[in-house]
Write a protein that binds this ligand. Structure first.
Ligand SMILES: Nc1ncnc2c1ncn2[C@@H]1O[C@H](COP(=O)(O)OP(=O)(O)OP(=O)(O)O)[C@@H](O)[C@H]1O
Length: 462
């Protein structure tokens, strides 16, 4: 199903921009001072009703915003272009699933257990902060304003910034202690970092017995529909499904205006491909594109991003496979056609710990704005993790089958565990050993590429 969305008439935007000349002049005069410039742009956008804090007459709620008429027009235009560029041009299957999601789905996907950020608390007031953000702010502030830093210290702080997403709770806690970082508002001491689940919990139905969550991403709606979508596609791989919709994340301390909010619009694509053949028939369309890439080796050794031809990045193995490369190229085209400056756009590879354990490779499109380099698209080869998890939990096989041209006779070694022997050898651990044996023999032919786009992030870019 393809929706041909009509772009919003540009008059609304023109009306909003009319009379902005004096503001534009004032803003231009501030361009040298990033902070002042950002505040002025933010104020102007609010005054002109691009967006305003939600529930403002009651004091507002951090991380929740309303779009006014010009904001709605921009959003509608961007979404229409996204649908045109990805869904229609690539013949993807679009779906539209509910935001309220039963617990079982998000337990299977791992979100109930693992969708967390590391939080620290002001030990006296109980105010909460994201541990990695405090460490990042500390390092940046020192590097920018402390002239007494030795070259070794500078190197150390730069290294922390490069590997920040890779740090464990213990490592973050140790650095926060070592640098004496205190609560920003009160200067009180901070607790050790601990995980906080970002999902909003609710209950479905009046009994209160059925737990649900507001979805933190739209992708799960696609995975649980895999069987029907595969059938709709004539039982053939590869195919892609897409969804645009609201996502909800109870962010610990949302700052940075529209860049980190508690409810936002996500546009996601899941591309399902044979794991033994990740070539892409249209890769040559994008292989000559050349742009800033920031592989993990360069990040870990303190080098900067360099301009690389996409075809080379794939053939040299920097990017894991053609399908992943194809989507990196398509995202580059999408963002630059939207008007993002190509010199302020880079593709950064995830560091080993940053990447989910099931991912084969992962790249973020980052845009440099007044807050620094900000992730605005995630592109990941997540193997068959989600399909396998939902198959196991639901008992419905989410698999694809390859039909051979000729029938083949295959001899296969099959392990049939002897429960009695296992019981004698492993006693209480028998169940675990049995499960491990089963898992290692399950195979599935699908994997997917996850592509996430977040619209509100595009608003503040300059
Ligand atoms: N709270 C938020 N507000 C606005 N956009 C968001 C928020 N969280 C994530 N995004 C955007 O959604 C995209 C996909 O989310 P993803 O799950 O990859 O984010 P993430 O890696 O968990 O983000 P982070 O580590 O910065 O919290 C990101 O590329 C980002 O642009």
């Amino acid at each position: 199903r393809a929706i041909a969305a009509k772009p919003h008439p540009p008059q609304t935007l023109a009306a909003a921009a009319a009379g902005a000349t004096s503001t534009t002049r004032k803003l231009a005069a501030m361009a040298g001072n990033r902070e002042a410039f950002r505040v002025a742009v933010g104020n102007t956008l609010e005054r002109r009703l691009f967006y305003v804090p939600s529930f403002k007459i009651y004091g507002g709620v951090a991380g929740l915003y309303d779009y006014g008429p010009p904001g709605c027009a921009v959003k509608a235009n961007v979404l229409a272009f996204w649908r045109q560029h990805f869904v229609l041009e690539e013949g993807m299957l679009e779906v539209d699933c509910p935001c309220v999601t039963p617990e079982v789905v998000l337990k299977a996907s791992g979100h109930v257990e693992k969708f967390t950020d590391l939080m620290v608390k002001d030990e006296k007031t109980g105010s909460c902060y994201r541990a990695d953000h405090l460490l990042k702010d500390f390092c940046k502030e020192k590097l920018e304003n402390d002239n007494t830093l030795s070259p070794q210290k500078e190197e150390e702080l730069n290294h922390i910034l490069a590997v920040l997403d890779d740090l464990s709770a213990e490592q973050l806690g140790a650095k926060i202690k070592e640098y004496g970082i205190a609560a920003p508002d009160t200067k009180n001491p901070l607790s050790d970092p601990y995980p906080f689940n970002l999902m909003f919990q609710t209950s479905i139905g009046p009994s209160g017995l059925s737990t649900g969550y507001m979805r933190p991403e739209t992708a799960q709606g696609i995975f649980v529909n895999f069987k029907d979508l595969y059938y709709y596609n004539g039982n053939k791989l590869p195919f892609a499904a897409a969804q645009i919709g609201q996502a909800f994340r109870n962010e610990i301390s949302p700052r940075q205006g529209l860049l980190r909010v508690r409810e936002f619009t996500l546009a996601e694509i899941e591309h399902f491909v044979d794991p033994e053949d990740k070539s892409h028939p249209k890769f040559s369309d994008v292989s000559d594109l050349e742009f800033l890439m920031f592989p993990r080796e360069d990040q870990l050794t303190g080098r900067s991003a360099t301009r690389v031809r996409l075809g080379e990045a794939v053939s040299e193995g920097t990017v894991n496979n053609e399908t992943l490369g194809f989507f990196i190229g398509r995202v580059y085209l999408f963002l630059t056609q939207l008007g993002i400056d190509k010199d302020r756009l880079r593709f950064r590879q995830h560091l080993p710990n940053e990447m989910a354990h099931y991912a084969a490779d992962c790249w973020d499109a980052e845009i440099e704005c007044s807050y620094g380099w900000i992730e605005c698209v995630g592109i990941a080869d997540r193997s068959a993790y989600d399909l396998r998890a939902h198959s196991d939990k639901s008992g419905v096989p989410l698999e694809a089958h390859e039909k051979f041209a000729e029938p083949r006779e295959v001899e296969k070694l099959v392990i049939t565990p002897s429960k009695k022997e296992l019981g004698l050898a492993f006693k209480g651990d028998q169940k675990m050993v049995l499960e491990a044996l089963e898992v290692s023999f399950v195979s599935t032919l699908t994997c997917h590429i996850l592509l996430l786009l977040c619209w509100p992030t595009l608003k503040f870019l300059r």
